[in-house]
Design a protein around this ligand. Structure first.
Ligand code: DC
Length: 223
């Protein structure tokens, strides 16, 4: 039996940072499930597939070989052997990924892949539906939140760090987060929702280290 820790929450709440720190500390593997939705989005955009064409998208997700790797505290994702780890963070993917993530057939395929990965190794997995759908029997479930303002600040800092010359305005980043929250929380299939048995942590006024300490404390107590 493998141990699994589910970390869900809205965009920009710091899930992946915390999940990676936790995986490192516990020597578990890490899976960024959002990266898989991003991979499908990137490939659909590259192939010029109309995002309203569910048939074509379903064909794509079935044929696409998505591989993930977590080595030396670094997460990588490949589509048909091509390393797309950086490409999936583009503005274009950001804007379209919530649309792709609404489609049931895509979710079903990716959920199956995610579950298989969790069966192989002890894992920390982050996303939107890990505690509610992908791993309902996860050993620990956390729901990480932060105010929209704080999440937008964090995202904005990330963007500037990646590209100092980015001309993206803070206001635009905040609107984008707001828009994705709405789509992710209101979609029909597996919407973003705290699992009933998940422990909620509001990270608005907490440092990453404080959040990690909190989580480790809970795990050690075996709550
Ligand atoms: O965590 P992220 O921002 O990289 O996620 C990208 C999108 O994928 C997000 O808008 C919602 C979707 N997603 C999802 O629906 N279910 C998951 N388990 C992970 C991500």
């Amino acid at each position: 039996m493998t141990i699994s820790i589910a970390i869900d929450g809205p965009a920009g709440a710091g899930k992946s940072t915390i999940a990676k720190m936790l995986a490192k500390k516990l020597n578990y593997t890490y899976l960024d499930s959002g990266a898989m939705y991003r991979a499908v989005t990137l490939c659909a955009l590259d192939k010029d597939i109309n995002l309203a064409n569910k048939e074509k998208l379903s064909e794509l997700v079935k044929l696409l070989k998505i591989d993930v790797e977590y080595k030396n505290n670094e997460f990588k994702i490949y589509a048909d052997k091509d390393d797309i780890t950086n490409k999936i963070r583009s503005d274009e993917v950001d804007k379209n990924v919530s649309t792709i993530a609404q489609i049931k057939i895509i979710r079903d395929e990716l959920v199956e892949k995610q579950r298989k990965i969790a069966q192989e190794k002890n894992i920390v997995m982050d996303g939107r539906d890990i505690g509610t759908r992908v791993l309902p029997n996860a050993d620990y479930k956390f729901y990480i939140t932060a105010s929209v303002q704080e999440r937008a600040i964090r995202r904005y800092k990330d963007i500037i760090k990646r590209d100092e010359e980015s001309d993206k305005a803070f206001k635009e980043v905040k609107q984008e987060i707001d828009r994705r929250d709405k789509i992710d929380s209101n979609r029909e299939h597996s919407p973003l929702k705290k699992a009933e048995d998940a422990i909620e942590i509001d990270t608005t006024d907490l440092t990453k280290k404080e959040v990690l300490t909190k989580i480790l404390h809970i795990i050690k107590k075996g709550e």
